[in-house]
Design a protein. Structure first.
Ligand code: ZN
Length: 469
């Protein structure tokens, strides 16, 4: 029996098949809640045990609403109710005059309407969107990816098990099919190994350390320059397009035929991790599509927000002490192995010329600080690079990004990777990027946008690499 890619429905079916007490344990409303759970609706979403097939989180009739915040009073109503109503902030702009996208759980919607905030509905039923994503991926998996793998097997003499897999995942035919859909964690691991094996010694594999559940934070390292460039995707699990985009940039940087790229590899050494939060990523593919945090248990809720857990102005605003909140900072700085490992790895490098933490969504290219409104000493240099990046990005497909410091561009946040890497690691440039889109599809970015997102982000990255001092 095989539970493979995007198997949420398979998991549900299997759960029914395996569990004799299914009907008793899970009433027909599959938005189910453990008996001892609190009324906090976020607790329902985040209680999923990643090791149990029995708990699959449904977002049936959860809405995404865009709330317009015009007064201080609006802001107060929002923050006063966020915990009780289980708001899950999809975007960050909580300032007056701004708008913010929020997931409102089905059972909170009536109360939410009673708050009389000014809002429009962006997504009517989030589960329908998740189901659609899964259907699209199943079709892709069947008709494009498996088909391509078979084609490679038939036209090339593919060697034994591991060598064969590397040959398949690194072949040019596979490269063109890979970015047309989303992939399972297991396939991402194979893909990265294949790039390393196929680089003819140019690239080496490394791991920043082990996740809470013991998965490697696996990366690829190449280049011979004295300036180090570090970037990663998926610090937040549900932001799937970030993994694909980081992988797309790896393929561009490993393209030996491009003269400009050859120059980058002489000037820089690259350290790239497609999946910084592997445990959370697996949860987002198996039990809770909207899981954001890692998987350290915190009483009744699952996970710490890794990007509020770095040892830089920890807990100084824009992070939560509530273990059920999506931005739960953890009990102490670096309580998450994922952040602590990454920090140790970064500190071991002699000269970090640029660090980029790739997120989705909102279309923003940001620099420190998140914790304070005071801008860093080298703000002009960093934001100048960000400006060049978004100009280059827009030229590719017309996608418009905003740029600036985190505090002013979105909202205060503390304990984040970029503040730490700028202040403690002393990286010359630290950037937090939010890829496509601006909310229409949000985390469920359709697969036909993977390649364009990769192309435009690569253009932005090249602009940065061209202009680093
Ligand atoms: Zn994120």
């Amino acid at each position: 029996m095989k539970i493979s890619l995007f198997s949420l429905s398979a998991v549900i079916a299997l759960t029914i098949a395996l569990s004799p007490s299914f009907s008793a344990a899970f009433p027909t409303n599959i938005n189910r809640r453990p008996h001892n759970a609190s009324p906090n609706p976020n607790a329902i979403a985040d209680t999923s045990n990643p090791r149990s097939l029995a708990v699959v989180t449904s977002f049936k009739n959860h809405r995404v609403v865009r709330i317009n915040i015009s007064t201080k009073a609006d802001l107060k109503v929002l923050t006063d109710n966020e915990q009780d109503l289980g708001f899950d902030y999809f975007t960050h702009d909580k300032g007056i005059g701004g708008a913010i996208d929020v997931r409102v759980p089905a059972q909170s919607f009536k109360t939410f309407q009673g708050l009389k905030l000014n809002y429009t509905t962006v997504v009517e039923d989030l589960q329908a969107m998740i189901d659609e994503e899964q259907r699209t991926n199943e079709v892709y998996e069947e008709q494009v990816w498996r088909h391509t793998v078979n084609q490679i097997k038939n036209t090339h003499s593919v060697q034994g098990r591991e060598g064969g897999e590397n040959q398949i995942f690194a072949s040019p035919l596979a490269a063109s099919a890979w970015f047309k859909g989303y992939h399972s964690y297991a396939d991402h691991v194979k893909w990265l190994n294949a790039q390393i094996a196929g680089s003819k010694g140019k690239a080496k594999g490394f791991s920043a350390g082990k996740s809470f559940e013991g998965r490697p934070q696996a990366g690829i390292r190449f280049g011979t320059g004295g300036k180090h460039i570090v970037f990663h995707g998926t610090q937040h699990a549900r932001e799937w397009v970030t993994t694909m985009t980081v992988e797309y940039m790896i393929t561009q940087l490993l393209n030996t035929k491009n003269k400009k790229v050859a120059g980058y590899l002489k000037k820089y050494t690259f350290h790239i991790i497609p999946i910084m939060n592997p445990d959370g990523f697996v949860v987002s593919q198996t039990t809770n599509r909207l899981h954001r945090k890692n998987t350290q248990p915190n009483g009744q809720c699952l996970g710490t927000d890794i990007n509020r857990n770095w040892d830089s102005h920890f807990g100084e605003g824009g992070s939560s002490t509530d273990p059920c909140a999506i931005d739960y900072m953890g009990p102490r700085p670096f309580s998450t192995p994922e952040a602590s490992n990454m920090a140790r790895y970064l500190r071991s490098l002699p000269n970090v010329a640029a660090y980029l933490d790739i997120h989705s969504f909102s279309q923003l290219w940001m620099v420190p600080f998140g914790y304070t409104s005071t801008r860093p000493g080298t703000y002009a240099y960093m934001d100048g690079l960000a400006a060049k990046a978004v100009t280059a990005l827009e030229k590719v497909h017309g996608t418009r990004f905003r740029h600036g410091d985190i505090f002013h561009t979105i909202y205060q946040s503390s304990g984040t990777s970029v503040d730490y890497v700028y202040e403690v690691v002393k990286a010359k440039v630290a950037m937090a990027v939010e890829l496509r889109d601006t909310g229409r599809n949000g985390f469920m970015l359709p697969p036909d946008q993977i390649l364009p997102t990769g192309e435009e982000t690569w253009a932005a990255m090249a602009a940065i690499l061209d202009n680093i001092k």
